[in-house]
Design a binder for this molecule. Structure first.
Ligand SMILES: [Zn+2]
Length: 293
């Protein structure tokens, strides 16, 4: 596969996640190096074709599929401070995507090794001239990188291509309110003419970007009201609710996908509980029901 040129000094190497490459005088910066047995070699080869060396790596967040080749590339890795321990500890990574140590082969992407992070940044910082913008909700420190020179934002997993969402049923998130706020932020950038790059999906701009962002936003808002509709039929546990939502959206229900969806589902339940719209009940297990008062 070949690099796609996004601007004077910015390129995209395809994949899921795709990797953005920013060329500076002092060398190239990789954003989300990704995963896979040969990917580090592919990235090194493509950067060599640009006649520069890899100077640094940035990651949007610590999920294994975004960073697992980072240790095989000889350049320091930078990440938001909230994601630092997620990248470094494989157990923390499993905790974030499963809730505890995960059964072997159970997660969509599992990587049992530590990934060393060399430095952390804050939102608002400009590591290598790329502004770190707060796009969390998918994970605690999910960060987008804004390349003002070329009008591009590498948006990580703050939104997804339609195919990814359709296959799982829901966008993966750990806080629906933060996730929605990030989408709203991205809509402002889309209106300002920025090209938005999701890690899993095609880069979008203009009307197409706004439509895809709305698709993400609607799926989250619709899920909230679907949960309430389901609970109006009677109390239900989180597994049951997640199963019903996946069926509603026509997603194939596998043990792996259902386990993955339990994480966003718990986050939705927490939100509805905090808004005093549902309450917990013990009924052959932990179940949730509509509040009647
Ligand atoms: Zn992710």
């Amino acid at each position: 596969m070949a690099l796609r040129k996004l601007g004077d000094s910015t390129y995209l190497y395809p994949g899921s996640p795709s990797t953005m490459i920013k060329v500076l005088k002092e060398g190239a910066v990789l954003i989300d190096p990704g995963h896979g047995s040969g990917r580090h070699k592919d990235l090194k080869r493509e950067v060599r074709k640009l006649w520069v060396e890899i100077k640094a790596q940035l990651a949007t967040h610590g999920h294994a599929d975004h960073i697992s080749v980072a240790p095989r590339i000889d350049a320091p890795l930078f990440m938001h401070r909230f994601e630092f321990s997620v990248a470094e500890s494989p157990l923390n990574r499993e905790l974030l995507t499963f809730g505890s140590k995960a059964p072997k082969g159970f997660l969509v992407f599992q990587f049992p090794e530590e990934v060393k992070v060399h430095a952390v940044f804050e939102w608002g910082d400009k590591p290598f001239g790329l502004k770190a913008i707060k796009l969390n909700g998918h994970s605690p420190g999910m960060t987008g990188f804004l390349d003002g020179e070329n009008g591009v934002i590498y948006a990580g997993d703050s939104f997804f291509g339609e195919r990814v969402i359709t296959s799982v049923g829901l966008p993966y998130l750990v806080d629906p309110e933060l996730f929605k706020a990030s989408i709203t932020e991205l809509k402002n950038y889309a209106e300002d003419g920025f090209l938005l790059i999701p890690s899993h999906g095609r880069p979008v701009e203009g009307e197409e970007a706004l439509e895809l962002l709305d698709f993400n936003l609607n799926r989250v808002e619709e899920t909230e009201s679907l949960i309430l509709d389901i609970l109006r039929e009677g109390p239900m546990g989180i597994d049951g609710i997640a199963f019903r939502i996946m069926k509603h959206y026509g997603a194939e229900v596998t043990p792996q996908k259902l386990a993955l969806n339990l994480v966003p589902m718990r986050a939705f339940i927490a939100k509805l509980h905090n808004e005093e719209r549902i309450e917990a009940v013990i009924d052959g297990g932990l179940k949730w029901r509509i509040r009647r008062d």
